[in-house]
Design a protein around this ligand. Structure first.
Ligand code: MF3
Ligand code: CO
Length: 248
């Protein structure tokens, strides 16, 4: 069952969303060659604490860190570590802030220093796919319309979608119904209504888009070691159209 949120509850999720956006903004200014993802993880935990928020991923289903840090061919759910980031790497930082029990979720892919042209194209394509998906978060559309728009956008730009991972409803819990698949088909699934809060979080890959899970049970990598990029926002479906809750 999907959960519908009141305007007041959406304002609560928005507060958590602002904290997540501030963390991403701070990361963007700080990330550089030589920085480690463990430093970013600790930095995020401190920024959240200063804002009265808790990193909701930490301890969720046993996940051990505040952030997911997924470098190059790691698709998602990578562990922060002590390896210095290098010029040209791409790293996706994914985080969920909890403010007074309400959660907001956003991921962003960063390039370290100047991106290689192929990485810049991949990141642009992933951001565009997310925005096309968000544009479908309107009353009367169906869940499958979001995934269909994502898939269409990815194909147009020449990338594959990693369909093993999906967006989701979010609110008091990180993962609520419905699942927001990244494939469609258009016209399928639950009808969208005002008060639904969803994440739109496509992962695009330069290769086939198939994945392996590492032995740690979390780190997902592309089988063909091609690089991937992901952008994610938490979005409310409202009478006025889609409203992104994870922005400044
Ligand atoms: N933020 C992730 C998402 O977009 C959730 C990660 S689950 C965790 O769905 F266990 F890694 F935290
Ligand atoms: Co996320």
């Amino acid at each position: 069952m999907a959960e519908w949120k009141s305007e007041e509850e959406i304002r609560c999720i928005r507060k958590a969303g602002k904290v997540v956006a501030e963390c991403h903004d701070a990361i963007a200014k700080r990330i550089a060659p030589g920085v480690t993802t463990q430093e970013i993880d600790r930095f995020v935990e401190r920024l959240m604490a200063e804002r009265g928020a808790r990193p909701a991923q930490k301890g969720y289903l046993g996940y051990p860190y505040a952030t997911c840090a997924s470098v190059n061919e790691v698709v998602c759910h990578g562990f922060p570590d002590t390896i210095p980031l290098q010029e040209g790497d791409v790293v996706t930082i994914d985080m969920v802030a909890d403010v007074d029990g309400w959660k907001a979720d956003s991921a962003w892919t960063y390039s370290i220093g100047r991106p290689r042209p192929a990485a810049a194209r991949l990141m642009d394509a992933a951001k565009q796919a997310m925005l096309r998906g968000i544009a479908e978060c309107r009353m009367g559309r169906r869940i499958g319309d979001i995934g269909a728009a994502v898939m269409h956008s990815a194909r147009q730009t020449g990338y594959s979608v990693v369909t093993s991972f999906a967006g989701h409803g979010i609110g008091r819990s990180i993962h609520e119904s419905p699942e927001v698949g990244n494939g469609g088909p258009a016209g399928s699934g639950m009808r969208l209504e005002a008060g639904m809060v969803l994440t739109v979080e496509p992962i695009l890959s330069a290769g086939a888009g198939e994945i392996w899970l590492d032995r740690d049970g979390w780190t997902a990598r592309t089988r063909d070691r091609s690089w991937s990029a992901q952008f994610e926002h938490t979005v409310a479906v409202t009478e006025q159209g889609p409203v992104i809750l994870t922005c400044l």
